[in-house]
Design a protein around this ligand. Structure first.
Ligand SMILES: [Zn+2]
Length: 188
């Protein structure tokens, strides 16, 4: 039987590989963490398995590697978590701090979702199914997050920034998320 993931008092998951990102700051209220935002990311889009996502979140992306990477290499972004195609879990920012994953966004009439959300990136795209290992890791991670923080909703990036973002995309199967919530918002 798997040992469950625990979130420690410093906001880190004990089973994640920790690679700290410099791209974060303090939450306006570190006790107000009530939203989980699911994303997909692949760099370049649709290409899996490189370290480009980790390099992006740690400002180490080599702009000479690929034309697409050049266009994003100067971005200062991060996420709390990344789940790669093999289900491995990485953490870049403490859940108590504000990662820079959502950008301009709004949920329940409150703007700037980075202030009060935890960002989880799945290595993937809008055009591919996600791996069973990724859903398993995501479910394993969501449970302790719900225990540690007053999470009220789990949404996609496209739910909080509908005019700008499409991720996690049509292949993300919301029905595979297991929570004790009675509902997940705005899912088809
Ligand atoms: Zn996103």
């Amino acid at each position: 039987m798997l040992t469950p993931i625990l979130i420690d008092d410093d906001g880190f998951a004990n089973k994640a590989k920790i690679i700290l990102s410099p791209n974060f700051d303090s939450r306006p209220n570190k006790f107000n963490v009530n939203l989980i935002v699911i994303h997909n990311i692949s760099l370049p889009p649709g290409i899996y398995g490189s370290n480009n996502i980790i390099d992006l979140f740690t400002n180490k992306l080599n702009p000479d590697d690929h034309e697409y990477l050049r266009s994003i290499a100067s971005l200062k972004v991060s996420s709390h978590f990344l789940i790669r195609r093999d289900g491995s879990l990485f953490q870049f920012v403490s859940c108590l701090d504000r990662a820079w994953h959502a950008g301009e966004s709004s949920w329940n009439q409150i703007n700037n979702c980075n202030d009060f959300s935890i960002g989880i990136e799945l290595e993937g795209s809008d055009y591919d199914e996600f791996e069973a290992e990724q859903y398993a890791c995501l479910n394993e991670l969501i449970q302790p997050l719900i225990k540690a923080y007053p999470i009220k909703d789990i949404v996609g990036h496209s739910d909080i920034a509908p005019s700008r973002k499409t991720d996690p995309g049509p292949y993300f199967e919301w029905g595979k998320i297991k929570t004790h919530f009675n509902h997940l918002p705005i899912k088809n």
